[in-house]
Ligand binder design. Sequence first.
Ligand code: ADP
Length: 740
Amino acid sequence: MTTKRIAVLTSGGDAQGMNAAVRAVVRTALDKRAEIYAIYEGYQGLIEGGDCIQKMDWDSVGGILQRGGTIIGTARSEEFRTREGRQKAAYNLIQNGIDGLVVIGGDGSLTGANVFRQEWPSLVDELAKSGEISAEVAAAHPSLIIVGLVGSIDNDFSGPDMTIGADSALHRITEAVDAITSTAASHQRTFIVKVMGRNCGYLALYSALATGADWVLIPEAPPDVDNWQEVMVERLKAGTQAGRRDHIIIIAEGARDSQGKYIGSSDVQRVLEAHLGEEVRVTVLGHVQRGGRPSAYDRILATQLGYEAVETLLKAKPEDEPVVVGTRANHITHFPLMECVNKTRAVADAIAARDYEKAMSLRSTSFKDALNTLTTMVRALPHPAAPGQKRFRIAVLNSGAPAPGMNTAARAAIRLGLDQGQFMLGVKNGFDGLAKNEVQEMNWMDVSGWASLGGSMLGTSRVVPQGSDLYAIARTIENNSINALLVIGGWNGYEAVHTMLTSRPNFPAFNIPIICLPASINNNLPGSEFSIGADTALNSIVDAVDKIKQSAVATRRCFVVEVMGHWCGYLALMSGLATGAERVYMHEEGVTLKDLQQDVDNLTRGFEAGKRLGLMIRSEYANKVYTTQFMCSLFEEEGRDVFDVRPAVLGHLQQGGDPSPFDRIQATRLSRLCLEYLIKECNQGSNNCAFIGLQKGKFNFHDMRDFERMIDARYERPKEQWWLELKGIASLMAKFSPTG
Ligand code: ADP
């Protein structure tokens, strides 16, 4: 069998994570014994040929995982839009014997790829007729196989849930808006922040949700009243009266009014300055959003997609319709390329035709929900309770170790509850505080500014109530007439609620609806693929490891980095994937002396062959005996003359930090659903006890009676852990060469 030759190119606007995708494409191809070429400078490079087309090896993509942009360059090519241009491109591909292409770009680039593929037979025919290639060569290249990956910071592509780069762009925007918020609050100022998104409000909407912004303008949903400026001014004034010191307005670059007229940031600035009587500043974020290092999520997503793109390409038959590989409901999925491109265009067309209803209908349910939630959260004050409405007293508490996003969740629950006429109670210091009756009524402004804060403003504790605590808790529930309880927390919180459930026969006060919202950096809770805080912790680890790697540029050094997670290897494996670690040790797999010996041998061989840095990530409870220190001593002793070894125990930096955009957004979504659940239970007079989670793209409520059945109690983790399936990709990417 002849070796397959395939190529990868990046095209259109660059996006963080493109490098991770290129790395994965190259390494997967090599692992599968294919020859892999990079086309530099996108389609323009394909037209120019020569040095723009280069054969890649394992090391040509070393050290690029953490870099923003695309190392193989991208370009916009007018020439590729012409048939002559595409003919040159076909010639160059044939000259290099390439007949499979992974295209990483936006909808424009993917459209171009499809045109190219459709024209391929006729282009080859013409090249043969003109004598530029021989008839035999033409016959050897009857078709071109294309697989697309969507690299676009705007998340503007219909089909996949997330495009490569969108999460990193949200990171950039969130960091910038958090920074602006602190200066705005100091000076009592209003800031207008303009973000990217010509036909897609994703970045504006989700960054507004994540930062607790006061107003958002997006292309798909223009203000529904003509006097929206007045409404906005009134809302902001009411916010000031209620105690807000700053106002943040986020505008997508494609925002327009219901007549289709673009709303510029200076238009909004003028209106606000005239009516608020205070300084209004504009910040246009521009290319900052494209720049910087990719987030952990983008690195992992792009790695998975790059792997799958090559698998698909090598298996594809010429007659197969071209596909885009993307993620849907946390699963790698194939989408028909042209259908996605057409749907993406349909949104833009609907916006241009001022058919906003249609534009919104083409967006996902979660996009619509996000807009609804935001509309409530930005209110200056809640709607008053309806006359005669049944009002319930709903308590919110944090439990377990602090997880970034707990405050975002508490804020969302409290505001959304108040807006629905409920009494919202905050419990200080977790179940310990509940036993000590540390309960207070919460108002709208009590949670102002909480969206972006790490730690736990309510206070948390790891206490799992036993014995007399249970009496005290029952008394608190009765004394405060608590009708329902929302527990935002980790393992201890779930255990505590489970204890309350099983103690109901002795404590009638526990017969209230209770729900647990997963919040733990360990991501070790049943019934949910993600818990709040894990994404932030992962990014903190990745940031730290990036720095650790940089510190070792000139030495032959191996780091053993210890990360948190108790017995759950999620943080270890995912950070290993996102940082390019060559080995991940976790409890789920166990560690044996034989493994360690093998690892020492691999390290020694690698360093002898010129490698400068080794990176091993060890989950904290991976093995009781083979501790981080033990591993370091072993490697150091065995690697003596060849390399040295340093431990890096990352510790509590993993629990701190401001929550990532993903954690804030998930916290808000989960909180809204938990609150709806509790209110429904209260209205029905039922007292179910549940935990919520995101699984396969759906939010599920699990009966707390199933908790024990779903967990491995000894090792405090769920029986099913979806992310273990990524082990194979992680070790493939980390191989020093395809053979060893
Ligand atoms: P993006 O891929 O980010 O949407 P563009 O829309 O600018 O960016 O497209 C990138 C490149 O893809 C263009 O410069 C052009 O070379 C190619 N391209 C886009 N649309 C087409 C098309 N209809 N036919 C051929 N090539 C196209």
